[in-house]
Write a protein that binds this ligand. Structure first.
Ligand code: HEC
Length: 456
């Protein structure tokens, strides 16, 4: 697949760079034998004392056998790690694992996960020394695995879906049992968990809500038809439909858990549905994807309703530029939108497809202060994270949010869709998007300097 070849090229660059770095470290050590890195190289390393704690902290929440873990294999025992040392060395030296696309020098996040150079050297040195086991100690693998809770409601696609064999991505919309859902509404939610039925083909899933804009007079049947051709309705400003994002599952996110005391509300008057992006498969595959909803405890006082500020590239480009990335060209698009009330942001999410290469988001307050939001130097379609803030970020009314995305629709970008074409804006994976979401609650006095109460 295209993705593979581009990954390999990126990997090669990173190998080169990281080996240079590694040798630079070694050389430095020759000059100064008391550096930390030298100490690591000289130490007699073993799995239980030196490696397991690092993997527990940085890898095991994805790589374990627990239900619904995202990674394809577990790294919780010595045996599981030992038989993959070559692969582990490769992904670590190339900064492929743990996946963390955001630039930590621009803004730190609560959920950031990357290995310090020191930890990388621990792991690579341990492997070079022959990956010794050592003696098991008291670390309990179970500690990091949360007990499974019971969901309040489970939404699922109606019947098993059969994806035909082929070489095209498919975006499939699934209506939910609206009548049944309406009886449950409104629901206040503290946590969502997607259960992709078939991880081989489910690339990502969005849970969306749609309604007819107030002034349009279309009937129910037209509404259904419009939803089924979602692609254009989402983009067309004149469309009588408005579609909003509620939550989503991307590789890297399985559970969307809200901070304590904050809930998302599903209200009546909307039509809720899944939009599932299926990767192409050489053989027919089946899928049965579900979304578990964990309700908010009604007894908790002073709960705050979560809202989203969304900046859609196609409607907020500066100078009213048209969203199009011409064939064989690079293009930088700049979108901006004002915030219409004081908001306390708790997380940030960006969404693009394969032609995007880098992302920059910042805000300019009415006092002209620039607030960094998110910087991704190498956009990676496969790792679209929710970036969680450690403290509420208060953005006052009339703050301007800026969102700048670089796209590369030339041969330099081995991920671009082939055959080459002008790339418009749409949900299709071969087209592009430019979405920035700031998840927030309305500001209260106490938010200043307040830690976001993320569940432990
Ligand atoms: C956010 C979840 C997540 C974290 C954290 C994570 N991994 Fe992974 N890892 C994955 C997924 C998903 C894959 C499969 C990716 C794919 O097939 O492209 C993977 C693949 C791998 C592979 C196989 C790579 C290949 O090319 O087949 C190795 C080795 C690996 N991870 C090691 C690690 C190590 C070591 C850590 C911690 C330092 C780590 N991972 C942290 C999710 C994660």
């Amino acid at each position: 697949m295209r993705k593979r070849s581009s990954t390999i090229i990126i990997k090669l660059w990173v190998v080169l760079f990281s080996s240079l770095f590694f040798w630079a470290c070694l050389n430095k050590k020759n000059l100064n034998s008391t550096t930390n890195h030298q100490t690591i190289l000289d130490a007699d390393l073993n799995y239980y004392d030196h490696i397991q704690p690092i993997l527990q902290e940085h890898c095991v929440h994805c790589h374990s056998d627990a239900k619904n873990k995202v990674a394809p294999f577990s790294l919780t025992t010595f045996g599981e790690v030992q038989k993959r040392t070559k692969m582990i060395q490769y992904v670590i030296e190339n900064n492929i694992m743990p996946p963390w696309p955001a630039n930590p020098n621009y803004r730190h996040f609560k959920n950031e996960n990357y290995l310090s150079e020191k930890k990388k050297i621990y792991i690579t040195t341990w492997i070079m020394q022959g990956a010794k086991e050592g003696t098991p100690n008291a670390i309990n693998d179970e500690v990091v695995i949360k007990k499974n809770e019971v969901p309040g409601v489970t939404l699922q696609i109606k019947d098993t879906f059969y994806l035909p064999a082929g070489n095209k991505d498919l975006f499939q919309r699934f209506a939910l049992d609206q009548k049944w859902l309406n009886e449950q509404l409104p629901i206040k939610i503290r946590k969502f968990r997607f259960l992709p039925g078939n991880k081989k083909i489910v690339h990502h899933t969005e849970f969306l809500k749609g309604k007819i804009k107030d002034k349009s007079n279309i009937d129910k049947e037209d509404f259904e038809n419009l939803l089924s051709t979602l692609k254009n309705e989402y983009i067309d400003k004149k469309s009588p439909l408005s579609i909003d994002y509620v939550t989503g599952w991307f590789p890297g996110i399985i559970v969307d858990e809200l901070p304590d005391g904050i809930y998302i509300e599903l209200d009546t008057g909307f039509h809720y549905f899944f939009l599932i992006h299926y990767a192409p498969s050489p053989v027919t595959e089946k899928d049965f994807t579900r979304l578990e909803i964990y309700p908010y405890d009604k007894n908790i006082q002073q709960a705050r309703r979560a809202e989203s500020f969304s900046l859609h590239g196609h409607s907020h480009l500066i100078n009213d530029e048209k969203f199009l990335i011409p064939k064989n060209e690079k293009k930088t698009l700049h979108a901006t939108k004002k915030i219409d009330k004081d908001i306390s942001v708790y997380s940030i999410l960006a969404h693009m497809h394969h032609v995007a290469t880098s992302v920059l988001a910042y805000a300019i307050t009415p006092e002209k202060d620039t607030v960094p939001l998110l910087k991704i130097d190498h956009w990676d379609f496969d790792w679209q994270m929710e970036y969680k803030l450690d403290e509420f970020l208060i953005l006052p009314q009339d703050t301007e949010v800026h969102f700048i995305v670089e796209y590369d629709n030339t041969d330099n970008n081995t991920e671009r869709p082939l055959p080459p074409k002008d790339i418009p804006y749409s949900f299709d994976a071969d087209d592009e998007m430019m979405e920035l979401f700031l998840h927030y609650v309305e500001t209260q006095e106490k938010d200043k300097g307040l830690k976001v109460p993320w569940p432990q």
